[in-house]
Design a protein around this ligand. Sequence first.
Ligand code: FDM
Ligand code: MG
Length: 217
Amino acid sequence: MNRGRLVLFEGLDRTGKTTQSNILLERLKPNATLIKFPERSTEIGAVIDRYLKDKTFELPDQAVHLLFSANRWEMAERIKQLLLQGTHVVLDRYVYSGVAYSAAKHTDRMDRTWCLQPDRGLPRPDLTIFLTSDDAENELRAGFGEERYEKSEFQQEVKRQFVEVFKALEDSSHEEKLVHVVNVTGKSVEEVAKVVWDLVEPVVTLPTDSTYSELLY
Ligand code: FDM
Ligand code: MG
């Protein structure tokens, strides 16, 4: 059987990741599942959820980073099983959000290299789509500012970190041409969905190895 493909949406808050993940899921159904990170329904996910919602709940930045990674490891076996049984898995955030949000804090010694290590060995996406926008229009969307990290200055630094991470991956031999940047500025939901489908269709159509790869960095 052909294995499922792992398709990842990354990006800043409220650039349309969740909307686009759901549209893609519908197109790939019944042969697809959506997994959103953080996965807040697990034991570790509950701590993350509290950390994001309760700004008086403090944890060291390193511990928070490792919790987000542990949350991915909690789900890793399920993702592998789904791929091997031929189900496509659409991810709404994954390791690159982990690196970008943590590195944006500029905590001593917690640089991008440090941040990537705990995720080493997780299933590697077949395609990564980075949704970005030119301006602060994403801040105007409903609900912005309610959770930790939803501050425009911090979001700008996260954006810079995403760009740096993807640049480093492009330069390395491991992750070549796997990240596609889609600028959503001035595009309707349908227009973005079309650009996304043009990227995804060849990936789900062409034959692939019978097993998934792992993230190496
Ligand atoms: N986030 C998400 C991180 O800081 N690290 C991670 O590894 C992941 C997956 O959690 F601000 C941040 C990004 C965002 C917050 O995500 C909650 P959603 O997509 O808004 O639920
Ligand atoms: Mg959010």
